[in-house]
Design a protein around this ligand. Structure first.
Ligand code: FAD
Ligand code: NAG
Ligand code: NAG
Ligand code: NAG
Ligand code: NAG
Length: 622
């Protein structure tokens, strides 16, 4: 196992170091141990009542917990199903490893006959964080915000206050941009916030070739976190000094001394208690160890449990589609379209190119060379600092290809390695052994790079449903990928664009060649034809993990809305949803940045609704 050889190496390294003169092992070990000492502790003794109870310490929950406890007289309880974060989770290159631990909810889609066909049992795996920081502790740390048109479209749907002009200040509020050239652009970036954004301190020559290939084909290099996204860029990451900057590290660690914030970990909320007549949400019921707790909220209960668990918890509590709830014997308190509007960004996995020099990220050789671990733990540098091997991206508007101000419908996400150099990817996505052995095993020893051509504005929408009434059973997830052919066609366009880039001089100096062993089930089509790519996309359908939209925000005339534009659940008093599930239409790019923004804005909405003057409390750390 890669993992065990890595740990073995670490131990060896510390041993070797401790017998040499220039030993700094002690310091390194102390650093490692200290890193998560600053995480707030789980409270044993909880109060019977809090002003606010936040369910879920993920991207949104940690941000909100910080902002609400800025008000000293507000007592806040943060309830998290998972446990603490640890130093292995900080190591960017090992992002995908965390999926194999108990820090992952390990969801799967229902078997499909139109997508995920090359994955075990035709099911896509959907990891979600079950740990302090939530999915921001499992993610690939790519920081994008989306396009102004995304938010202007939210506002046009009737969501007052959510236009680009109105949400931009909330992106800036969190931000600590440490890339000097980008930080100069004060209209779009700020410094000094909790959320540090940086480039990894290491880059492969292949990533440089990717960005050059953009220039060579007439594209621009852009800062995609402005109002112009079309073009190429190295990644901006939620990364600080080469380590993961999860929402917990960013927003909770600095405020751990606040006495009005209580955190309870390993605590799974099973129900929100809502008075059936007054329709007031009064308490949260959760299980910690084998003990059941019921704790009252004086002001509000805020569900921040993510795109799968937020709708699940609402439905278990009687808020959801009447027919569905009644079929399971759950009494409906409020009939709402909970669980609908499920969106995601998907890509073709396995679009791989071989090169003739050792310039790629090969995880096992990186881990087997102790100098990489030493470099990482001493300076947070070297190949271990690259989040999941992803290094650069390009945004294209294939419908309006010459417009530099276009609205992306494709993202090409570049990796300086691939599923053959990183075995956890095969397992993480669940590629069947037969497919893998036939197509990819023959190039396992080679240096490779890969692009994930990602669909940006999917038309297809899916649904999350309860399996049964047991809160510990996983819900049913049907993403409905390729409900619309247009989604498939756009992705084929992204594949062809990638192949075009591979032919540029920058890539050809490494002898880049498209890996052309066909997927057995697609052999009936000529390799490289549109039909072949359609078949490949249906087989190696990779989620880029952006599940969203299942507690949709909308105005009161929108019957598909679950929360209003102030994120209050329709028909219920004292209950909000604040997380990725309120998204009405998925923004382009990635969803972590938008979720931070949603939580920042929600904190102000909540403060306003309780009569607090906004921005009256400083950001000062205790
Ligand atoms: C593997 C992976 C890679 C990703 N890569 C990127 C990326 O590079 N860039 C990007 O922008 N986005 C990425 N994403 C997506 C992004 O991380 C998520 O969109 C974002 O974190 C969602 O935030 P959230 O607050 O809505 O939910 P989450 O961060 O998932 O938080 C929900 C929290 O609620 C807790 N919870 C759930 N149910 C309960 C319950 N019943 N009781 C108590 N607690 C509960 C969970 O344990 C979790 O901690 C990735 C996601 C994954 C999984
Ligand atoms: C695919 O599955 C659906 C139901 O899930 C079924 O109605 C349809 O006939 C199936 N299509 C094929 C081609 O098997
Ligand atoms: C980055 O981390 C390394 C290793 O812990 C440390 O030596 C260095 O001082 C840190 N740099 C900054 C700027 O904090
Ligand atoms: C790799 O391929 C390129 C292009 O064919 C060639 O110029 C170069 O010499 C090759 N390098 C090696 C190390 O084989
Ligand atoms: C800030 O709040 C205090 C009370 O907590 C109030 O006296 C003061 O006027 C407020 N300041 C502003 C600028 O709103």
């Amino acid at each position: 196992m890669i993992q065990s050889s890595f740990l073995l190496n670490l131990v060896l390294l510390f041993f070797l170091e401790s017998v040499t003169e220039q030993s700094n092992t002690g310091r390194i070990l102390a650093d490692i141990l200290k890193q998560h000492e600053e995480e707030p502790k789980s409270r044993i003794d909880l109060l019977d009542e809090y002003d606010f109870i936040i369910i879920g310490a993920g991207t949104a929950g940690c941000t909100l917990a910080n902002r609400l406890t800025e008000i000293p007289e507000w007592k806040v309880l943060l309830v998290e199903a998972g446990g603490r974060e640890n130093f292995v989770m900080d190591i960017p290159l090992l992002a995908s490893f965390i999926q194999f631990t108990s820090a992952n909810w390990k969801y799967k889609t229902v078997p499909s006959n139109t997508s995920c066909l090359g994955l075990q049992n035709a099911q896509c795996n959907h990891p979600r964080g079950k740990v302090m920081g939530g999915s921001s502790t499992l993610n690939y740390m790519i920081y994008t915000r989306g396009h102004p048109k995304d938010y202007d479209a939210w506002a046009a749907l009737g969501n007052n206050g959510w236009s680009y002009r109105e949400v931009l200040p909330y992106f800036l509020k969190s931000e600590d941009m440490t890339i000097p050239k980008l930080a100069e652009n004060k209209k779009f970036h700020s410094t000094g916030g909790y959320l540090t954004i940086s480039h990894p301190p290491y880059r492969t020559p292949l990533a440089e070739a990717f960005v050059e290939s953009g220039l060579e084909t007439g594209q621009n290099i852009v800062d995609y976190n402005t109002d112009t996204m079309i073009g190429f860029s190295f990644l901006q990451n939620t990364l600080k000094n080469g380590t993961r900057w999860s929402s917990s590290r960013a927003f909770l660690h600095p405020v751990r001394m606040r006495t009005n914030l209580h955190v309870t970990k390993m605590s799974t909320a099973t129900k929100i208690l809502i008075h059936p007549q007054t329709k007031e949400a009064t308490s949260v019921q959760f299980t910690r160890g084998n003990k059941r707790h019921v704790i009252r909220a004086r002001k509000e209960i805020i569900v921040s449990s993510g795109a799968i668990n937020s709708p699940q918890l609402l439905m278990l509590s009687g808020v959801g589609p009447r027919q569905h709830l009644e079929s399971l014997g759950i009494k409906t308190i409020q009939d709402l379209a909970v669980g609908y509007n499920l969106m995601d960004h998907i890509a073709l996995g396995g679009l791989i190119f071989t090169v003739n020099q050792s310039v790629s990220l090969k995880t096992s050789s990186i881990l087997n060379d102790p100098s990489n671990a030493l470099n990482y733990f001493s300076y947070h540098k070297g190949p271990l600092s690259v989040p999941g091997g992803c290094e650069a991206l390009a945004f294209y508007d294939l419908k309006d290809p010459t417009n530099p101000h276009g609205y992306p419908n494709i993202e090409l996400l570049f990796e300086g390695g691939s599923i053959v150099s990183e075995h956890t990817l095969r397992k993480g996505f669940g590629i069947t052994r037969d497919l893998y052995n036939a197509v990819y095993k023959p190039i396992e020893k080679r240096d490779t790079w890969m692009v994930l051509p990602m669909l940006m504005r999917p038309k297809s929408k899916g649904r999350v449903m309860l399996r049964d009434r047991n809160p510990f059973h996983k819900p049913l997830i049907n993403p409905n990928y390729f409900q619309y052919d247009e989604d498939l066609e756009t992705m084929v366009g992204g594949v062809k664009k990638t192949i075009e880039l591979s032919k540029t001089k920058g890539f050809q100096k490494f002898g880049t060649k498209l890996h052309d062993i066909p997927i057995p089930a697609c052999k009936k089509h000529v390799f490289g034809s549109d039909d072949y790519w359609r078949c490949a996309i249906r087989h190696l359908t990779f989620t880029i993990y952006h599940l969203s939209g299942t507690c949709k925000m909308g105005p009161k005339w929108d019957s598909s809305a679950v929360v209003d534009p102030r994120l209050r659940v329709y028909g219920i008093k004292g209950l909000r949803v604040v997380d990725v599930s309120v998204i009405p239409e998925i923004p382009v790019g990635h969803t972590n940045g938008p979720t931070f923004m949603i939580a920042e804005k929600a904190a102000d909405l909540i403060k306003q609704d309780w009569g607090v003057t906004i921005n009256n409390y400083s950001d000062e750390l205790n």
